[in-house]
Design a protein around this ligand. Structure first.
Ligand code: MV4
Length: 463
């Protein structure tokens, strides 16, 4: 096992990784920018090192600074968390060249799955269903027109080097395709340094369902069931659950087997996620693979009872998986609400300092928080401050526990989306499990801002 792990991240996931390491008796080194001097992850780690100014390019994305911090503190492994450098092949390679274990898949798997049209091509060859579309990046609008004529409108333009929705544009007809192509290309070039796009048949009102994969370095690949991630806004998930209300055992087995086949096709190691779209007729299609731990991993941990972060650390150290597929038993139901610092009326980020902080508790309630009393939510980073995860024997019990937990959660000094979650948890469509990729946009459309009123909490004490 590793002697010391450097955590190349911040916020709740850095805290989560510190806890996982502590459970394995591995000391940790936190890195931080000058905006995060007093952050919770910095206070909880065994050692800490400043890697630069607030701007991400100079700190959390600064490969030389992070690698030299790891070396000078005597770490032998680096955990990238999610976002930042987690899917950066150059970072994984730089770690390896310096003799550091990158806690994640091999460099070539990161690069392969980062090339989205190439990933489609490989999955198609491996017999995993993909949507009609291109199998290589395109830069010419006429190529896109030709593919769209073949597969039929509507089509979705996606960034070849992208993922997660940036640079994505829908086109319902040839003239619209011509209009949005340069917009998508420029957005992709700005976000990923590569303007290449690919075309896919657009599946409307599908469900976004992903399978958790865990693989060791000894050819063992397991799936830990699915997460339903259809509740998204601007491709940012806000609420996830497991199991999906749309799957039965037979479909779960078929999709899980396809996910394992997808990972085996590339000789994948460590933790990862296979994203699928599921249509209303029960057909599923591979869309992309994420080669990192994900924000929403706790819902899978709650239904499997297995620690996915520790599993990834152990796999990176070369340990064989201690489970067979039949040992992975899915029990009950889990929900995750992402608590973000945002203004409920404008839906814009709401940075600031937390003044007054009380987290919920109780049976089946888990809080993954990156903040505490007096924590600063800087403007420079993601606005995710915490996640509330509840477990119940049924979906209804998990929802009831979530309502209780959210009502108890007090976060003073900043604005959050807690009230929005409370509204969703009382929406008849959500309660019936009638969710799809357009669900949240439609919900926000029919929910007027004055409905978004916090309903919660501990009664303040008199001064
Ligand atoms: C799609 C799709 C429909 N058709 N691809 C969004 C994030 C990225 N990882 C993949 N995503 C999607 N890809 C095809 N061919 C629908 C989504 C999607 C979505 C689209 C619009 C609004 C909300 C969405 C939520 C989840 C997935």
């Amino acid at each position: 096992m590793f002697k010391k792990v450097l955590i190349a991240n911040r916020g709740e996931i850095a805290v989560r990784i510190i806890r996982a390491c502590r459970g394995l008796n591995i000391p940790t080194v936190a890195v931080y920018s000058t905006a995060d001097r007093e952050a919770l992850h910095v206070r909880l780690a065994d050692e800490r090192v400043c890697i630069g100014p607030p701007t991400v390019a100079d700190s959390y994305l600064n490969i030389p600074a992070i690698v030299s911090a790891a070396l000078s503190f005597g770490a032998d492994a680096v955990h990238p968390g999610y976002g930042f450098l987690s899917e950066n092949g150059d970072f994984a390679e730089a770690c390896q060249r310096s003799g550091l274990v990158f806690i994640g898949p091999r460099v070539r798997n990161i690069r392969l799955m980062g090339d989205k049209p190439r990933a489609r091509r490989i999955m198609e060859k491996a017999g995993v269903p993909v949507l009609l579309g291109t199998s290589a990046g395109i830069t010419d609008v006429r190529e896109a027109q030709a593919v769209a004529a073949q597969v039929g409108f509507p089509v979705l333009l996606k960034a070849a080097a992208g993922g997660g929705g940036r640079g994505m544009r829908i086109a319902h007809a040839a003239d619209e395709l011509a209009a949005v192509f340069p917009v998508a290309r420029d957005e992709a070039a700005a976000a990923f340094g590569n303007g290449a796009l690919y075309v896919e048949k657009y599946l409307e009102r599908a469900r976004h369902i992903e399978f958790q994969i865990v693989a060791d370095q000894h050819r063992n690949v397991l799936h830990f069931g699915e997460r339903e991630c259809s509740v998204q806004r601007r491709y940012q998930k806000i609420l996830e659950e497991s199991p999906s209300p749309a799957l039965n055992k037979r479909l779960r087995d078929r999709m899980g087997t396809a996910a394992v086949k997808a990972a085996q096709a590339i000789g994948y190691t460590n933790v990862g996620t296979i994203e699928f779209l599921l249509d209303s007729q029960g057909h599923f299609y591979f869309i992309e693979m994420n080669t990192r731990i994900q924000v929403e991993h706790p819902v899978t941990e709650m239904v499997t009872g297995l620690d996915i972060v520790q599993a990834g650390i152990r796999a990176a150290a070369g340990d064989p998986l201690p489970w067979r597929q039949r040992d992975v038993v899915l029990a009950g139901h889990a929900l995750e609400c992402r608590i973000v610092a945002e203004d409920p009326t404008t839906l814009l980020p709401s940075p600031g300092t937390i003044r007054g902080y009380l987290t919920p508790g109780g049976l089946g309630v888990r809080v993954e928080s990156g903040v505490a009393e007096n924590s600063v939510i800087p403007v420079y980073y993601d606005s995710l401050v915490a996640k509330v995860i509840t477990w119940g024997q049924t979906r209804d019990e998990a929802i009831r526990r979530m309502r209780v937990a959210l009502a108890e959660y007090y976060i003073g000094g900043i604005k959050t989306n807690i009230a929005l979650h409370q509204l969703i948890l009382n929406d008849p469509d959500f309660l019936a499990g009638n969710i799809h990729t357009r669900y949240l946009d439609q919900f926000l459309h029919r929910t007027v801002p004055h409905d978004v009123r916090p309903v919660r909490g501990p009664v303040p004490l008199r001064a």
